[in-house]
Each structure stands twice: as structure tokens, then as C-alpha cells.
Design a protein around this ligand. Structure first.
Ligand code: NAD
Length: 342
């Protein structure tokens, strides 16, 4: 049998446990897997692009587990009543290839993405960071805010979105949780206020959400929304102002902010900072940029965390996903048990 966590159970697990209680544990799993980065089988995700969005498979494996996530990105979806991003994923046992755990990953992706942002900011932001500047108040935004408070203690937020309804929703969801929230007049104002700045907008084009001059020296920027070919958020000139940290360069050079730069544009792999073998921020007035696109090892860590956290709880149910005939060579015999055979 394969353990399965569906949307309702995942939502109940998150609501009961609390995002801020989950994130530190997930950051630990992420850091663990980033430190053993070299042990993973890695490849850029396999993407199918259409005029309306993209659909992607994100596989990776270590010596014990194989994992993948299916995820889409359709920026025009909310206008048609759909989410921009939905996802599901699974883990399989490398020894026999059997799927052992499967889960919805729409909610889990929001938590893993915000946990990855928090892990990056923990490694790269100034230790005295206090204010979180945010541009984009859509589905990911509350999770980004909660993760940044859980790990860095950032309770003060300055937020901007082109959609006033999205801002109203963001304030409605987060103010009761004790956040101090100021609504900025534009993206530049949100960026200028932040010690840590998160851009999480959705638009299928090369956008300039932050211009070069919008970001103060000493800021750490997590850019989440530029994660597909032809879809970026930063003025390319801003990338020249600080060291740029990435997940897996072969994927980020095609999908991330650095797609706007030459193929030899210098980047640092974030796992090397987490592992301690290269420095992250080297001065308090440096601008550090995490060009996040989302990589398979993050989903692998998130699935491992969810599997361990829900083991033996009512949030996980068994599904018969794998055919297991008594005689492993008699697959046809499975039909006999359900006669008549067609
Ligand atoms: P969403 O559609 O729910 O929200 C996006 C928000 O951006 C909307 O509220 C929209 O009004 C706002 N926006 C668009 N253009 C803007 C602009 N010019 N200025 C200010 N705000 C603007 O999307 P979401 O699920 O929150 O995802 C946000 C982005 O993050 C998407 O691009 C998605 O592909 C990306 N994403 C990245 C990762 C990763 O690992 N890097 C993971 C998940 C999602």
C-alpha cells in the first residue's frame, strides 16, 4: 500500500500544526538535503510550455528514495477561477521502485517554497534584519511572510501588489496573526523598506518588478516569481550589484533571473553556502540575491518531512496504487479475481 495525503488532510495538518511550527522543521530537512547535494541524481525539470502556462515534472533521487513532483504555472488562471500553481508528488523506494508515499503538493509547495526562502535568508540576510518588503500578495505570499517570521523573526511587512483585492486578502489573513503591515504605494516603496525583500508575482513575461535603484545596500532579495523561460522580475542591472545565489545552475540559467545574463554570468550554488564551504554575505552593505526557481531536491525534502510528520496519524491513508498479484508474473490473474474477464 502507498501512504497518501490529500488536500483536505494536508490542509487539516497545516491548520492544526500551524505554518510557523512546520517551517523550522522543514528548513532542517532542506538544510540536511542541501548539505548532501552531491549525493543526489539531479537534472533540470522537464517542462512543457504552452501559450497559457507550463506543466513540469521535477525528479530527483538519492540511494534510498526516488521522488518527483508534477506542477504547473498558469499566470492567467486566477482570472478564470483557477489557481496559478497546483501540484502533487510522490516518493518511491529505490530498492524495488514501488511508490511508498504520495501527496497533494499545492499547499506543500507553498510551504516548501517559503521554507526554502527562509533557509536562503537565514544564510544570506543581515542578522539585524527587521522588515520584510513584499511585492506580490497572491497564493504564495502569506506562506512567505509566515516562514520569514518563523525563521528570522520578521514581524513587520511592507507589501505591494497591483491588485488591491490581493492586498486586502493578504492584510485580512495576516493582521489577525499579529503582523504589523503597511501597504506601499508601489513596488519601489516596498523594496526600499525591506531588509529582506521577496518578489512573488506571476506574469508570463520579462517584467521589471524591481529596478536597479529600488534596493538599498545591505538588502537580501528572494526573487520567487521569475521561474520560467521568458518570465523574470528583476532589472538585469540589479543582478550586477550583488552576489547571486542559485539552486541548480543548469535549470536556473534557463528559468531564473539570470536568463537575462550571458551563460557565464557568475553565480554561487546555495548548497555550498548551506554546507559552509563558501561564504554567503561578506559585508553588511552587500546586496545578496537568491534567484529562486524551485528545484526537485526541495520537493524531495518536503515530501520526506510530510511523510515523517504524518506517519501513523489520521492525515495519511493507504491507497492501492500498486498492482501486487500473488504471483509477480501473473498480472493477468488479478483480473480473474474480478471475473468476468473482458
Ligand atoms: P498568484 O497568481 O496567486 O499571485 C501573484 C500575484 O502577483 C497576484 O496577486 C498579482 O496581482 C501580483 N502581480 C502580478 N504582477 C505584478 C506587478 N507587476 N506588481 C505587483 N504585483 C504583481 O501566484 P502565486 O501562486 O502566489 O505565485 C507567485 C509566483 O511565484 C508565480 O510566478 C509562481 O510561478 C512562482 N512560484 C515560484 C516558486 C519557486 O520555487 N521559485 C514556487 C511556487 C511559485
Amino acid at each position: 500500500m502507498t501512504g497518501f495525503v490529500g488536500v483536505n488532510d494536508a490542509a487539516r495538518w497545516v491548520a492544526t500544526t500551524g505554518v510557523e511550527a512546520i517551517v523550522p522543521g522543514m528548513v532542517e530537512y532542506l538544510e540536511h538535503d542541501f548539505r548532501r547535494w552531491e549525493q543526489f541524481d539531479k537534472m533540470p525539470r522537464v517542462a512543457s510550455h504552452t501559450p497559457l502556462g507550463c506543466m513540469e515534472l521535477m525528479p530527483t533521487a538519492d540511494t534510498e528514495l526516488y521522488g518527483f513532483k508534477y506542477v504547473n504555472g498558469h499566470p492567467s488562471n486566477p482570472a478564470r477561477g483557477f489557481n496559478t500553481v497546483v501540484a502533487f508528488g510522490m516518493l518511491a523506494d529505490v530498492s524495488n521502485g514501488y511508490p511508498i508515499f504520495m501527496s497533494e503538493m499545492t499547499l506543500l509547495t507553498a510551504i516548501r517554497t517559503s521554507s526554502t526562502s527562509a533557509m536562503a535568508a537565514k544564510a544570506l540576510a543581515r542578522k539585524d534584519s527587521r522588515v520584510h518588503g513584499m511585492v506580490g500578495a497572491g497564493s504564495q505570499s502569506e506562506f512567505q511572510a509566515l516562514a520569514m517570521r518563523a525563521v528570522l523573526g520578521l514581524n513587520e511587512i511592507v507589501v505591494y501588489d497591483i491588485d488591491p483585492d490581493a492586498i486586502a486578502k493578504f492584510v485580512r489573513n495576516l493582521r489577525p496573526l499579529g503582523f504589523e503591515i503597511t501597504v506601499a504605494a508601489d513596488a519601489a516603496e516596498a523594496a526600499a523598506a525591506g531588509d529582506v525583500v521577496t518578489t512573488c508575482t506571476a506574469d508570463k513575461r520579462r517584467n521589471v518588478i524591481l529596478r536597479d535603484g529600488d534596493v538599498r545596500p545591505g538588502t537580501h532579495v528572494n526573487t520567487i516569481g521569475g521561474d520560467t523561460p521568458g518570465k523574470t522580475e528583476l532589472d538585469p542591472a540589479l543582478l550586477d550589484r550583488g552576489p547571486v545565489f542559485v539552486e541548480f545552475p543548469p535549470q536556473t540559467r534557463v528559468e531564473g533571473e539570470i536568463q537575462a545574463k550571458p551563460a557565464d554570468f557568475p553565480v554561487t550554488e546555495l548548497w555550498k553556502v548551506i554546507d559552509g564551504r563558501v561564504p554567503g554575505r561578506t559585508s553588511d552593505d552587500q546586496i545578496t540575491i537568491f534567484d529562486s526557481v524551485g528545484f526537485a531536491i526541495e520537493d524531495f525534502a518536503a515530501l520526506r518531512y510530510l511523510r515523517d510528520a504524518t506517519l501513523g496519524t489520521p492525515y495519511v491513508t493507504d491507497i492501492d496504487l500498486v498492482a501486487e498479484p500473488d504471483d509477480p508474473k501473473d498480472l493477468f490473474g488479478l483480473l480473474g479475481a474480478l471475473s468476468p474477464v473482458g
